[in-house]
Design a protein around this ligand. Structure first.
Ligand code: FAD
Length: 455
C-alpha cells in the first residue's frame, strides 16, 4: 500500500484528519481539487463573517451620533472589501497547505475518485491506501425552477464584481438570513423570499419570531409563505415570479436554498460505499461507511453541518486509527450561531423539542440593549432558558442580540456539564452586560409541555 491513510478533500475535516494522522506517524496522502481549507475558509464561515463585520461598521457610524459623534458616512467600496477579503483568504490557504506539509502529509492538488475500497484515481495517478476517508463536503443547490441559472449561489456571492442595489434572497436558513443582513447593511434593498411562515426552521419559535421582527427593523422586506415559480431576465433586471402571481423586480437573485453532499461521480459504487436518499454517505458512530476501511466525516455525511463538528470528527478519526485513542464525538449540546443582524445563537433543545419530553420551565427576557438606549436604533435582544422541570437541568439556551455567539460558547460548557437552573442562579453576573441576564432570570415566563406529560 502507498499510504496508511488517504484523505479525499482538504476542507475543515480533511485537513485536520490528515495533519493529526501524520503527526501520529502514519503515511498520509490528501487530495484537494479546488481550495485548501475547503468551504469554511474560502466560501463559508470566514469570508461570510468578514462581510458581516463590514456591514456592522455602517450601523456603528449611524449609531455614533447618539453618543455625541459627528460622523459623515461616505459610500461603501465593495471592490476594496472583496480585495481585502481575498488577500486574507489566500493567506489562510497558504497556512493550511504549510500545516499539512509540516506534518509530513503528501499533498495532491487533484480530484480523487474510487477504483475500489483501497485504490483511488488521483488526478490520473493510481494510489493505494489501507484506510480511505471521504471528506468532500457539500455544494449549494438552486431551486429547480425555470431560469434558475440566472440567479447566483453562495459561492458566487463572495466574488460579485459590484454590490447590487437590489437583491432578492430565496430561502430562510442561516445562509439566507445572514446574506440578507449583509446586503442590507451595505445599503441594498433586500427582499427575503421563503416558504415557511417564519425564518430559521428548526430553531426555537421565540427566536424565529424575534428574528423576523429584527429583519424587518433592518429594512428587509419579508415574503413568508412564498414559493418562487420562475426567474427571467429583463435587460439587466431579474424578474422573480412567486406562487401568488406577484413579480419581484430586482438586480440579483440569490438562491440560498440548501446544500447537497458532494458524493456525485466519486466512484462510491466501486468501493461499496452506500449513500442515503439525500446523497449523504451513511456512517456509524465511529464514522465507518458500509465499506470496510472507508470512513466519512463532515458535511458529506449531512448531519450537523458545521466546521467545528467536521474538525472534531477529523481529529477523532485520526486519533482512533493511529493514536491508540479510539473515540467518537457527541453531537449533543453543540452550540451554533447565525450571523444575522443582530445574530442568533443557541445550544441544546428548543422549547418545542424539550416540551416533547415533559414539563419545562421557560424563562424569556426581552429588552433594549444599553447601547441602543442612546443610539436610538430600534433593536431588541431576546434571551431564553429552557429548564427540564423534573431534573431542573438547563436543557436549552437561546439568544438573539449583539454578541450572542460569544455569550453562547460559555453557556455551552455549562450545558455540556449538566448545569441546573440553581447553578445559573448562584453564579454572580458581570455588570453591566447583556450576558448577566442569564444568571438573573428569577421569574418563570411559562411552563410548557404539561399536557404532553399528562397524556
Ligand atoms: C456560506 C456558508 C457559511 C457558513 N458559515 C458557517 C459558520 O458560520 N459556522 C460554521 O460552523 N459552519 C459554517 N458553514 C459550514 C461549514 O463551511 C462546513 O460545515 C464545513 O466547511 C464542512 O467541512 P468539510 O471538511 O466537511 O467540507 P468542506 O469544507 O466543504 O471541504 C470539502 C473539500 O473537499 C474538496 N473535494 C470535494 N470532492 C473532492 C474530490 N473528489 N477530490 C478532491 N477534493 C475534493 C472540496 O473542493 C472541498 O475543498 C458555512 C457554509 C457556507 C456555505
Amino acid at each position: 500500500m502507498d499510504f496508511d491513510l488517504f484523505v479525499i478533500g482538504g476542507g475543515s475535516a480533511g485537513v485536520r484528519c490528515a495533519r493529526i494522522a501524520a503527526g501520529h506517524g502514519a503515511r498520509v496522502g490528501i487530495a484537494e481539487e479546488r481550495f485548501w481549507g475547503g468551504t469554511c475558509v474560502n466560501v463559508g464561515c470566514v469570508p461570510k463573517k468578514l462581510l458581516v463585520q463590514a456591514g456592522e461598521y455602517g450601523g456603528w457610524a449611524d449609531d455614533a451620533a447618539g453618543f455625541g459623534w459627528t460622523i459623515k458616512k461616505g459610500p461603501h467600496n465593495w471592490a476594496r472589501l472583496i480585495a481585502a477579503k481575498d488577500a486574507e483568504i489566500s493567506r489562510l490557504n497558504g497556512i493550511y497547505k504549510r500545516l499539512l506539509d509540516g506534518a509530513g502529509a503528501q499533498i495532491f492538488e487533484a480530484r480523487a475518485t474510487f477504483i475500489d475500497a483501497h485504490t483511488l484515481d488521483v488526478g490520473g495517478k493510481r494510489v493505494t491506501a489501507q484506510h480511505i476517508v471521504i471528506g468532500t463536503g457539500g455544494h449549494p443547490v438552486r431551486l429547480p425552477i425555470p431560469g434558475a441559472e440566472l440567479g447566483i449561489i453562495s459561492d458566487d456571492a463572495f466574488y460579485l464584481p459590484t454590490m447590487p442595489k437590489r437583491v432578492a434572497v430565496i430561502g430562510s436558513g442561516y445562509i439566507a438570513v445572514e446574506f440578507a443582513g449583509i446586503f442590507a447593511a451595505l445599503g441594498a434593498q433586500v427582499d427575503l423570499v421563503y416558504r415557511q411562515p417564519l425564518p430559521l426552521r428548526g430553531f426555537d419559535q421565540d427566536m424565529r419570531e424575534a428574528l423576523a421582527e429584527a429583519l424587518t427593523a433592518q429594512g428587509i422586506t419579508l415574503h413568508p409563505g412564498s414559493r418562487p415559480q420562475q426567474l427571467a431576465a429583463d435587460g439587466d433586471e431579474r424578474v422573480l415570479t412567486l406562487n401568488d402571481g406577484r413579480a419581484l423586480r430586482t438586480d440579483l437573485v440569490f438562491f440560498a436554498t440548501g446544500r447537497a453532499p458532494a458524493t456525485q461521480n466519486l466512484g462510491l459504487e466501486n468501493a461499496g460505499v452506500q449513500t442515503n436518499d439525500a446523497g449523504a454517505v451513511i456512517i456509524d458512530q465511529n464514522l465507518r461507511t458500509t465499506a470496510p476501511g472507508v470512513y466519512a466525516m463532515g458535511d458529506v455525511t449531512d448531519r450537523l453541518n458545521l466546521t467545528p463538528v467536521a474538525i472534531a470528527e477529523g481529529h477523532a478519526l485520526a486519533d482512533s486509527l493511529f493514536g491508540r485513542n479510539p473515540r467518537s464525538i457527541s453531537l449533543r449540546n453543540v452550540a451554533t450561531a447565525v450571523f444575522s443582524t443582530p445574530p442568533v445563537a443557541t445550544v441544546g433543545l428548543t422549547e418545542e423539542q424539550a416540551a416533547e419530553h415533559g414539563p419545562v420551565d421557560v424563562y424569556v427576557s426581552r429588552f433594549t440593549p444599553m447601547r441602543h438606549t442612546l443610539s436610538g436604533r430600534a433593536r431588541k435582544s431576546t434571551m431564553k432558558l429552557v429548564v427540564d422541570q423534573a431534573s431542573q437541568k438547563v436543557v436549552g439556551a437561546h439568544m438573539l442580540g449583539e454578541d450572542a455567539p460569544e455569550i453562547m460558547q460559555g453557556l455551552a460548557i455549562a450545558l455540556v456539564m449538566g448545569a441546573t437552573k440553581a447553578d445559573f442562579d448562584r453564579t454572580i453576573g458581570i455588570h453591566p452586560t447583556a450576558a448577566e441576564e442569564y444568571v438573573t432570570m428569577r421569574t418563570r415566563t411559562r411552563v410548557a409541555g404539561v399536557a404532553k406529560a399528562a397524556e
